[in-house]
Design a binder for this molecule. Structure first.
Ligand SMILES: Cc1cc2nc3c(=O)[nH]c(=O)nc-3n(C[C@H](O)[C@H](O)[C@H](O)COP(=O)(O)OP(=O)(O)OC[C@H]3O[C@@H](n4cnc5c(N)ncnc54)[C@H](O)[C@@H]3O)c2cc1C
Length: 259
């Protein structure tokens, strides 16, 4: 079945394969721009030139933020700072275990076997993932020995370690020319799951952090649930398992299938 779906993949060494017809691929830039446009229509104001530099507290309550262009009074701050989430939480005295880890992906020039219905392919033994991108393929792999840090320069020496397992799974990639390389940051928690909800002990700080490299697909649901929390006082899903306190309570459940 796997070979029928993707004739290019080597299946001889596979014990099994999964396919979900409802899975899809999204373009993060397009999705983000669509959200921005819709939010603007509904009266949201964005200030992309303004960095938050601190949180103003009155005792245990948030009363405002400091920014690069002066302070703003507010009783509510939502920490959605991605890899910078720990620093933002610290401004309110909250210890948030989110570390930045550099992650690479590389794209190829257009390839003859790539078509619109080619599914994303994840090789679970090596961790390499591949999906169609601008007529070619995007290849990604987590570097196991990457130390935490904010460096997003491309380590071109790493390319070979990505290409090798990719070509083993799809030999047709042997002929591919690399078009580009890119590195971004995963925002990783100790159990590779998000931290969602109010920060205990601080009034007015909401956490939407630590998506550990799988935040794009969770973003629409997270946005809705956090909005419900703020507007209705509670979310429509039980998010107790994703509370920050789970780490101190030793109730974290490690997500093993992060690529
Ligand atoms: C190579 C790579 C591949 C990935 N692939 C996938 C995938 O296939 N599927 C998936 O679901 N996820 C994927 N992810 C993960 C996904 O991109 C993240 O989980 C997601 O972007 C996290 O969203 P976020 O809004 O929490 O943070 P971000 O998208 O990082 O956004 C945080 C924002 O906060 C802003 N910010 C930070 N500090 C401040 C400040 N002090 N003041 C003002 N603004 C600030 C930043 O500028 C940024 O705009 C991938 C990530 C990488 C690096």
């Amino acid at each position: 079945d796997a070979r029928r779906k993707v004739p290019e993949i080597v299946v001889d060494d596979l014990l099994g394969a999964t396919f979900c017809a409802q899975d899809g691929l999204g373009n993060p830039h397009e999705v983000t721009q669509a959200y921005v446009a819709r939010a603007r229509e509904r009266g949201v104001r964005f200030d992309f030139q303004r960095s938050a530099t601190g949180i103003r507290m009155d005792g245990e309550s948030v009363v405002g933020i400091e920014t690069s262009q002066g302070p703003i009074d507010t009783p509510l701050v939502i920490n959605a700072a991605g890899p910078h989430a720990a620093e933002v939480a610290k401004w309110a005295g909250v210890d948030l275990p989110v570390l930045p880890f550099r992650r690479h992906c590389f794209t190829t020039q257009p390839l003859p076997f790539v078509h619109d219905r080619l599914p994303m392919i994840v090789d679970m033994s090596s961790g390499v993932y591949m999906h169609r991108e601008s007529g070619g393929m995007l290849l990604g792999l987590a570097k196991a020995d990457e130390p935490p840090g904010f460096d997003t320069s491309v380590d071109w020496d790493f390319l070979e370690r990505v290409v090798e397992p990719a070509v083993r799974r799809i030999p047709a990639l042997e002929a591919a020319e690399i078009a580009n390389g890119w590195a971004g940051l995963y925002e990783t928690t100790p159990d590779h799951n998000a931290v969602l909800g109010p920060a205990a002990g601080v009034r007015g700080l909401m956490l939407a952090n630590g998506f550990s490299g799988h935040g794009f697909m969770q973003a629409p649901a997270v946005g809705q649930l956090i909005a419900e929390w703020v507007v209705d006082g509670r979310p429509s899903l039980d998010l107790h398992p994703l509370r920050l306190e789970r780490f101190a309570e030793r109730e974290a459940m490690v997500e093993a299938n992060v690529i």
